[in-house]
Design a protein around this ligand. Structure first.
Ligand code: ADP
Length: 616
């Protein structure tokens, strides 16, 4: 189990560490923060004043103790004094309420602003993190960090951190005044403190542990939920609903148990604290009353003392509540910082420059790459494509074809060799300028839950006119069916475009790629899984799209390969055979065998030889 803070002594340094990380964001609100603290100090001061009117009434109105009264109240009649006391009580409480209000609002404002900024930053940062990070992280858990953990931090700064800080000031101020007044009495009041300490250390340790577990559990639950809901089709098709539900309800039940346990522990600490406060109060009352009788303390002063005692001990009583919350805030904060500190593996090098418009010459030079250390997905990949040329990557699944495309897009960096565009290593270009000049059509294109038009425009990365959108859709053979939709281009697609057929989704994706006007095109099995009718439409659209663009096509459909300048047959991460389609057929190796197989099953016309067309 991960190391977790056992108690406040451990939580506090970790909490300050969280604050230190967030300090650059907090610092921007220094002015507001200072004002809020000022209001907080004012509140503490008014709290100190609060019991005094009662003391004055007790000592000088009800029983004239004959003692020295504050100079500027001297000479007032008892009744006038009563009036002054009554009015000042209202004024003091009013001012205290006002300062408390101002400090609460001030802190809440700063807290919320800071955390909203952090959340924005976290979201941006997550999008920049490399695919290898996202490959390992669970997306649901990341969602919880962006939404839940920041939310928790926001809530807790307002409900725990600020009151905690305020209460510490109150505690210190009241203790100081108590000692100033009568140190014997103050010491007596503190007799129970060691007991308090023992009790809260023991209980808050458990509370902290439970709180952290609870937070982790919530991340796990969100992951399970987002995974199963994201893949609901698979879950239902494989009848996995019960498995996921059981899993989820197991976690859910544990979370409930932990929640109740944390509450029970906190309640136990609070009630025990109440008892200890009563013991302290009784002790002070016992000795204090004797002091009053013997004349060394006035009744009013005893009242003030006991009020301070109650106020000073309140934060100690709420200690458990705060340690629990503070622990939760720390856990949430650390989860956020973990992500923020994760450096994107793939990012612009300091010397990276924006690429000028590519001509489209692509070269892989002795490239080797593995997703995991020690394993090789690609090895010794070396080839070059002329601007506007077309390479087909064929071969069995899982042998590294998509990995080649990933390296071209710089989704990963090769461990050896280099990937070059127009004679320069792709790492010399800024990521943005590199990727914006490559269009991608994948096997299962992702459409967003937005209108058809927006889905196409997303590709452009710039302002585009309706005319351009339509032209792209026409090129993609999509204009016809889009117009037939209820709201045409403004039809809002359901999430992932599930309301469209596979072929229609592909054609919208092709329009999205087309509007980009990128000189390099990557097609990763774009027609796999389509029926004949759709396949033909998509093929035809792709043919138009690849016109004049350097095109990489990963495909099992050898009609595509037949139309390429070069075919690379990839096996075990290496180029096993290479050359134009016709040459490879002549050589009679693996590629030729695959081609014969497809021809025999009726997918190809074997007479096409090297002149097969994408379209039939
Ligand atoms: P192809 O495109 O030929 O089907 P890929 O390039 O997708 O093959 O995969 C090549 C190898 O790399 C496979 O063994 C695959 O399991 C592995 N691989 C692909 N993507 C990842 C990833 N994100 N993390 C770890 N291994 C991966």
């Amino acid at each position: 189990m991960a190391k977790r803070p056992k108690q406040l002594q451990e939580t506090l340094p970790r909490f300050t560490n969280v604050v230190r990380h967030l300090w650059p964001y907090i610092r921007q609100h220094k002015g507001k923060l200072a004002l809020s603290f000022l209001a907080l100090f004012a509140e503490v001061a008014f709290r100190l004043l609060e019991p005094w009117p009662l003391a004055i009434v007790l000592d000088y109105v009800i029983a004239d103790s004959g003692g020295q009264i504050i100079p500027w109240l001297q000479g007032l009649s008892p009744m006038a004094l009563l009036n002054v006391a009554a009015i000042s009580l209202v004024v003091i409480v009013g001012l205290r309420a006002l300062s408390a209000y101002l400090s609460t609002i001030g802190f809440a404002l700063v807290g919320n602003r800071v955390l909203t900024e952090v959340r924005g930053r976290l979201y941006d940062h997550l999008q920049k993190l490399s695919l290898s990070y996202h490959g390992k992280a669970r997306s649901g858990d990341l969602t919880v960090r962006v939404v839940g953990d920041i939310g928790k931090l926001q809530e807790i700064t307002v409900t725990a951190v600020m009151p905690f800080v305020g209460n510490i000031f109150i505690l210190l101020a009241m203790l100081a005044v108590m000692f100033f007044f009568n140190w014997q009495l103050a010491l007596l009041a503190l007799v129970t403190l060691p007991l308090f300490w023992l009790l809260s250390v023991r209980l808050s340790r458990n509370i902290t542990a439970v709180s952290r577990d609870q937070r982790k559990r919530e991340g796990a639950m969100a992951s399970t939920a987002s995974e199963s809901i994201g893949a609901i089709k698979v879950v239902q098709a494989l009848s996995l609903e019960d498995v996921f539900s059981q899993n989820f309800s197991g976690e859910n039940a544990k979370s409930l148990k932990e929640g109740v346990r944390a509450k029970r522990l906190a309640a136990r600490l609070e009630r025990s604290a109440d008892l200890l406060i009563a013991v302290s109060t009784a002790l002070v009352l016992w000795l204090g009353a004797r002091l009053v009788i013997s004349g060394s303390l006035t009744a009013g002063e005893l009242v003030v003392f006991i009020t301070y005692l109650k106020n000073a001990f309140k934060p100690v009583r709420d200690f458990a509540k705060y340690t629990g919350r503070l622990a939760r805030a720390t856990a949430a904060g650390e989860r956020v910082i973990d992500v923020l500190e994760e450096e994107p593996e793939i990012r612009d090098l300091p010397e990276a420059r924006p690429a000028s418009p590519f001509r489209g010459r692509v070269r892989f030079e002795e490239v080797a790459f593995g997703y995991e250390p020690g394993s090789r997905a690609l090895d010794g990949i070396d080839f070059e494509v002329e601007p506007g040329g077309r390479v087909a990557l064929v071969g069995p699944s899982g042998n590294g074809k998509s990995t080649i495309a990933n390296l071209l897009l710089r989704l990963y960096d090769p461990q050896e060799g280099q990937v070059m565009v127009d004679g320069r290593d792709v790492r010399e270009y800024t990521l943005e300028s590199l990727r914006s000049q490559v269009s991608v059509v994948l096997q299962d294109s992702f459409l967003f839950a937005a209108s058809v038009r927006e889905n196409i425009v997303f590709g452009a990365g710039r302002e585009v006119s309706d005319g351009e959108v339509e032209a792209a859709a026409r090129l993609a053979n999509a204009h016809g069916f889009i117009q037939a939709m209820p709201q045409g281009y403004d039809t809002v697609l359901s999430e992932r475009g599930s309301s469209l057929s596979g072929g229609q989704r592909q054609r919208i994706a092709i329009a999205r790629a087309a509007i980009r006007e990128a000189p390099i095109l990557v097609l990763d099995e774009p027609t796999t899984g389509l029926d004949e009718e759709n396949e033909q439409q998509v093929n035809d659209a792709l043919e138009k799209l690849s016109e004049g663009r350097t095109t990489f096509v990963i495909t099992h459909d050898l009609r595509f390969a037949a139309r390429s300048d070069e075919v690379l047959y990839i096996e075990n991460g290496r180029v096993a055979e290479r050359g134009p389609h016709a040459d490879l057929l002549r050589v009679g190796g693996r590629y030729a065998a695959l081609y014969q197989l497809q021809a025999a099953t009726g997918r190809l016309d074997p007479r096409e030889g090297g002149h097969g067309a994408l379209t039939r």
